[in-house]
Design a protein around this ligand. Structure first.
Ligand code: ADP
Length: 448
């Protein structure tokens, strides 16, 4: 069932209940008011009649009393009347003629000659004599008026309901039309076309906010899709070069008979490219798993000094192969962090290998670790080629390399992986670098 139909049904049901309630209140209210009006009139007239007979009749003559009652009756409005009785119930006067008789002294309703009457009886003492009377009033005209009111009320409910349903239908059509437009526009947006956006309605209402939120989401999706596209393009580009190198080396070497030394050299080249390829594939898989949220860190309490000691031998050997000095400074006391031992080793190696890779001999690489207030800081400083300021903001991007010619090995994924590891440990990584002087990478972890 569409929102429009549900809206109209709800709105009409509530309106119908209110209308019926309103009609009932009007009907009952009017009825009660009319009844009490007639009763008040009867009481007043009875009082008036008793006083009139008492004041105007001189002596106790029955004929005089009848005459006064007759005079009083001539002032009564149409549809009402009076009957005068002797105290023993004998009818003395009936004006106009009506079959009423003596009734209760409280107003009561009864049927007389097919018309409903409201009447009350009373007494009046004239000297020694006592007379009784009945005052009545026909309910025909009021009942006819009430009948008309009832008819109007009964007709009013469906008429107003019809107007309200029609109004609700038009209103909901107007209110919901922008939703149809947005739905149509959303249907037209495909994965290739995420840069287009939904039309935002002019009025700053709920729909305006919804469309804006959708457009923001579309832009985020567009960014992600572009990143993914870029990542795939970069990854295939990077994969192609070592594969091409391996193939060309093999093809060239196999073209003619070679000496064992030439074969060895060619195979070493192939081995180097295959290693680069393996590393690249590993890094790519790691980042893909990280993106898919599949690789989780197994975080434990550990001493960061131990992790440094674990990678130190490998880092020292790479440094010495490149004729560099690696100096490590660790504090006496524990540097406790909550971390994944393997991931932290990886992080340290990425930063240390970069420092070595981008520092020409004879240079120095310093590794310092310390606890500063509520953080544990790791600092890797080198005296290398540095990074020009315009590249600093982008070096953590995937596949970003400052200059292909100076990197040699590596494809620009190391710092992306480093950043992912740091973020997974609720830390942050910062870089400070001066071209030609050197770089400092600092990693901050919350102390455990
Ligand atoms: P890779 O080292 O594989 O090229 P990274 O993501 O580790 O990729 O680094 C990205 C780029 O940042 C490097 O290509 C290099 O240009 C620059 N870079 C990183 N570390 C240093 C450093 N210690 N000194 C100078 N440049 C660096």
């Amino acid at each position: 069932m569409s929102i429009r139909v549900r809206l109209i049904l709800w709105h009409s049901s509530v309106f119908a209940i209110s209308l019926i309630g309103f009609a009932l209140v009007i009907w009952l209210g009017t009825r009660t008011a009319v009844d009490s009006d007639i009763d008040t009139w009867l009481y007043l007239q009875a009082d008036g009649l008793a006083r009139f007979i008492k004041e105007e009749t001189h002596g106790t003559d029955e004929a005089a009393v009848i005459e006064e009652a007759r005079e009083f009756s001539s002032g009564l409005p149409k549809g009402s009347g009076i009957q005068l009785f002797h105290r023993d119930g004998q009818l003395l006067l009936s004006r106009p003629e009506a079959a009423v008789g003596l009734v209760s002294e409280e107003p009561s309703t009864f049927l007389s000659d097919e018309s409903r009457l409201r009447a009350l009886s009373g007494r009046v003492a004239v000297g020694e004599n006592e007379f009784r009377f009945t005052l009545w009033r026909s309910l025909d005209s009021t009942e006819a008026a009430l009948g008309d009111l009832r008819l109007v009320l009964i007709l009013m409910v469906p008429a107003f309901l019809l107007i309200s349903v029609a109004g609700g239908w038009l209103l909901s059509r107007r209110a919901l039309r922008p939703i149809d437009d947005v739905t149509e526009a959303a249907r037209r947006i495909s994965l290739q076309d995420l840069s287009s956006s939904l039309p935002v309605p002019k009025h700053r209402d709920e729909l305006h906010r919804l469309c804006e939120a959708w457009n923001e989401m579309l832009h985020r999706l567009d960014d992600s899709a572009k990143q993914l596209h870029q990542f795939t393009a970069d990854a295939s580009h990077e994969l192609r070069s070592p594969v091409t190198l391996i193939r060309t080396t093999a093809e060239l070497t196999l073209r003619k008979e070679r000496s064992p030394a030439q074969y060895q050299e060619a195979l070493r080249g192939i081995q180097k490219d295959a290693e680069k390829l393996t590393e690249l594939v590993q890094n790519l898989m790691e980042l893909a798993r990280a993106d898919a949220g599949q690789s989780k860190f197994s975080l434990v309490r550990l001493d960061l000094r131990e992790v440094v000691s674990e990678v130190r031998p490998k880092a020292e050997s790479i440094a010495s192969q490149n004729n560099l000095v690696l100096a490590v400074y660790l504090p006496e006391r524990e540097l406790t962090v909550i971390g994944d031992r393997g991931a932290l080793r990886r992080l340290l190696l990425v930063l240390l290998e970069n420092a070595v890779k981008f520092t020409p001999p004879p240079g120095k690489v310093h590794l310092r670790a310390a606890a500063i207030s509520s953080e544990v800081v790791l600092e890797i400083e080198d005296t290398g080629i540095g990074i020009p300021p315009e590249h600093l903001a982008r070096i953590f991007d995937r596949f970003y390399q400052v200059d292909d010619s100076r990197t040699g090995t590596g494809v620009g994924l190391g710092l992306s992986i480093a950043q992912w590891i740091v973020q997974g440990h609720n830390g942050r990584i910062e870089v400070q670098s001066t071209a030609g002087i050197g770089s400092i990478f600092r990693v901050f972890f919350p102390a455990a």
